[in-house]
Design a protein around this ligand. Structure first.
Ligand code: NDP
Ligand code: PMR
Length: 400
């Protein structure tokens, strides 16, 4: 079984025995405050997941959820705030040529209230993707952006400015995941490709486009960086090895170019860990942006875990058996699965829903698709680390 490859990698904190028996001991607090400090044993993963049910019923969780359930219209329902707006909003979405980015572009375009700039590395693929989901020409523009090249990021910003469109929302969504790579590959400037693309490319893009967002007169200006549960070690999914860990950032500080190390923590290359580390960077960056700029600019900064969209191109480099088994595993065992369409509606809510306008939040959804403010892991909410990451990243992308 492909997933058994993952089972064999499990550390002492999370172990799954071959007959399907499962035991786990998570020392940190779950996203909603339930403590896993006791050693938990269950016959199946689903039994452990009943813990999730208990915490859903905890007073704190349900009050947040209920508030959101009442106050959260779907992305395609025009809010009073939107009705007042004279013009369409413009949302730039990176990696809108497939998966979550495409589904979000479609959900926003369908409202008739948004023009989506699809910022993609493959122009033709993006055009075809937009057509394939029925987006009309007047609702989107494809613009070239290769996040694995800082030069391309700068060119994108220049072209975007030349086009003289306002920027109302930026969605940093694109990502690469290389779980089976034995050796690292590198971006144009020589950074390990997962962190280089998912974090550094987006770091430069968001810093440059912040000025454009500031100028927007749209009622709610937002910058969203897509995060993930797998970067959060306060969850079961985040405890599947290899776990995210940025350490003291020594590998990043030394250039992430493979000469000293291609991993942020300075350790041995591991493609799956590099992806999870990059997601921690995404979530830390969102919070640092919030701390530095929310008050001054009025921009809402947010991150999210949209659910496990097990069918997307993200897993294209995984072994075929994994790709076959992963969707049913997530659908029937973890129950964490969401369709691309549902995930797209969730991200579209973070783009445009007035009730999701709070800044500095990491959004998640429960099984009824109600949004709630989730808690990040200790590392993914470490303000000191966020500051250090910011400073090191600034140097690497040439902003300092
Ligand atoms: P996809 O592979 O379907 O989408 C990723 C997108 O990123 C593609 O459009 C891809 O372009 C683009 N991309 C990759 N590299 C670059 C680059 N160098 N420059 C510009 N664009 C690039 O995956 P998902 O839709 O699943 O992933 C979207 C986001 O959702 C990611 O941030 C991921 O971390 C996050 N996420 C996904 C989860 C899941 O279960 N799938 C769960 C949690 C978070 P191209 O089409 O040309 O390949
Ligand atoms: Mg994981 C509640 C349990 C849960 C959830 C929500 C996810 C989401 N996963 C869960 C549990 C488990 N996963 C368990 C118990 C295992 C061991 C069998 C497991 C394994 C696993 C693997 C091998 N899961 C994975 C992988 C991947 O390669 C994916 C990954 O880590 O990509 C970085 C993945 C994922 N699991 C998820 C989600 C959302 C992913 C995609 C990760 C992401 O986009 O961040």
């Amino acid at each position: 079984m492909a997933l058994q490859a993952a089972y064999s990698l499990l550390p002492s904190t999370v172990s799954i025995r071959k007959e399907g028996k499962f035991s786990a001991s998570l020392k940190e607090t779950t996203p909603t405050g339930f403590s896993f400090s006791n050693h938990l044993k269950a016959d199946k993963i689903s039994t452990l997941l009943t813990v999730k049910e208990q915490r859903r019923q905890s007073p704190r969780f349900s009050s947040v959820t209920r508030a959101q359930t009442v106050a959260t219209p779907r992305a395609n329902e025009a809010s009073p705030e939107q009705k007042k707006t004279q013009r369409k909003g413009t949302a730039v979405i990176t990696g809108a040529s497939s998966g979550l980015g495409l589904a979000t572009a479609k959900a926003l375009a369908e409202t008739g209230e948004w023009h989506v700039v699809m910022a993609c590395r493959n122009f033709l693929k993006a055009e075809k993707a937009a057509k394939s989901v029925g987006m009309s020409k007047e609702d989107y523009t494809v613009m070239h952006l290769d996040l694995a090249s800082l030069e391309s990021v700068k060119q994108f910003v220049e072209s975007f400015r030349r086009a003289e469109r306002p920027l109302d929302v930026l969605v940093c969504n694109a990502a690469v995941y290389q779980p089976t790579a034995k050796e690292p590959s590198f971006t144009a400037e020589g950074f390990e490709i997962s962190v280089g693309t998912n974090h550094l490319g987006h770091f430069l893009l968001s810093r440059l486009l912040l000025d454009d967002l500031k100028k927007s007169d749209y009622p709610s200006k937002r910058m969203i960086i897509v995060g993930s549960i797998t970067g959060n070690t306060n969850t079961l999914a985040g405890n599947v090895p290899p776990k995210a860990n940025l350490g003291d950032l020594r590998g990043l500080a030394s250039g992430l170019n493979g000469q000293n190390s291609s991993m942020i923590d300075g350790g041995e290359y591991d493609g799956a860990k590099a992806y999870k580390d990059s997601k921690v960077c995404n979530m830390l960056t969102m919070q640092e942006l919030h701390r530095r700029y929310h008050e001054e600019t009025g921009v809402t900064f947010a991150s999210l875990y949209p659910g496990c969209i097990a069918t997307t191109g993200l897993f294209r480099e995984h072994i075929p058996l994994f790709r076959l088994l992963f969707p049913p595993f997530q659908k029937y065992i973890t129950k964490g699965y969401v369709s691309e369409e549902e995930a797209g509606k969730r991200l579209a809510q973070v783009v445009s829903d007035p009730s999701l306008g709070k800044s500095g939040v990491y959004w998640s959804w429960n099984n009824n698709s109600s949004s709630f403010e989730n808690q990040l892991s200790k590392e993914a909410s470490d303000a000191e680390k966020a500051k250090k990451l910011w400073e090191v990243s600034e140097k690497l992308v040439g902003l300092a």
